[in-house]
Design a protein around this ligand. Sequence first.
Ligand SMILES: [Zn+2]
Length: 70
Amino acid sequence: MMKSNDENKFYQNDDSDIKPDENGNFYWKCFVCGAVLKQKEKPEYCPLCQKEETFFFKIDPETENIRRNL
Ligand SMILES: [Zn+2]
C-alpha cells in the first residue's frame, strides 16, 4: 500500500509546494501541446488539443520558463 502511493507520487509531478498567485490561480500546462492555462482549477479540456484534464500538470512560474508574452 505504502509502495503504491510512493510510486504514484513519483509518476505525478510533485506539485505540493507550488503556490498560487495573488489571485489564487495556478499555471496548468498541457504536456501534449504545451499550452499553459492560468486558472484556479485544473482545466477539464485543453482548448488547443482537446485533451482531457489528465494531461495537465501544475507548473511553478518561478522555476518554469513560461512564455509570458504570448
Ligand atoms: Zn493541449
